[in-house]
Design a protein around this ligand. Sequence first.
Ligand code: 8YV
Length: 328
Amino acid sequence: RKRIVAFRRLNQEQLTQLRQHYDVDFFEHHEDADSPAFHAALAKAHGLITAGLKVTPQLIDSAPHLETIASISVGYDNYPLATLNERNILLCNTPDVLTETTADTGFLLIMATARRAIELASWVKDGHWKSSIGPDLFGSDVHGKTLGMVGFGRIGAAIARRGSLGFGMQIRYTMASPKPELEKELGAQRLSLQELLATSDFVCVSVPLNADTEKLIDSAALKRMKPNGILINISRGKVIDEQALIEALNTGQIGAAGLDVFEQEPLPVESPLPYMPNVVALPHIGSATHETRAAMAQRAVDNMLLALAGSNPISPVNPEVLTRRASV
Ligand code: 8YV
């Protein structure tokens, strides 16, 4: 029997499903990744199902039998793709099942920042609500405003759909290749990043992290935003230069930021971001609902079962590995 290492987030049913065909070593907690037992299991594993594990080329070297990795995430910046391709290791991710939930999180940040919801809820909790509030505590409208999507993939489009259909927002996007269907569906307009930054009330970052997108939103980009512009990030923290963002927020160069992701996670205690009144900082909850996390784990299990059985998985990241395998 082949062996699978499962790292976090699988439920009993999913483990039972895997154990019908394979021997499974399950490591439930994040700290387990540092244990000798985890490394010993990896040395024998053919499959690895994981969430939130930083997979280095060294880790791959220590797993000589590894054939397939099923990530419980859509993003795959945690994996050394070149090393995986060299070793012909298949990587699968979990697109689609988290799209709507992550888009909900994006919209939550849009609403919370614009209407200052978290700041004002704390204000009520702290006993300050003595008379009706004045303009110093007003927010700004969301409906009818301009929403600029940096990245217009599945999740970006789902956020834009909410903005357009639910809130009458004008949608702009920036992306290397045009999306004519979405332009038609949402009246979305494709702009350069520079134009989008300068003309959007909300700039929402929804791109995968890679060499092209790292620090895409730097100090120059932030300077281009409208003075009351609101920056939202539901993708990866490293797409934004966080130090430049802190400065832009402190100096009033931009209005506010709604952030679900950070350069370093968990957010270091010394980060000023959660304490800034014009910031809503969430602990990377993009896909974190019971329903969606269960669906993501199930997708990873399904991908693993299909791949180890020699069939095509549902969502491979590097399907060229399958083609190469078929030709030998
Ligand atoms: C993951 C995410 O749960 O899917 C992604 O890319 O960011 C989250 O939904 C997180 O990365 C841990 O795997």
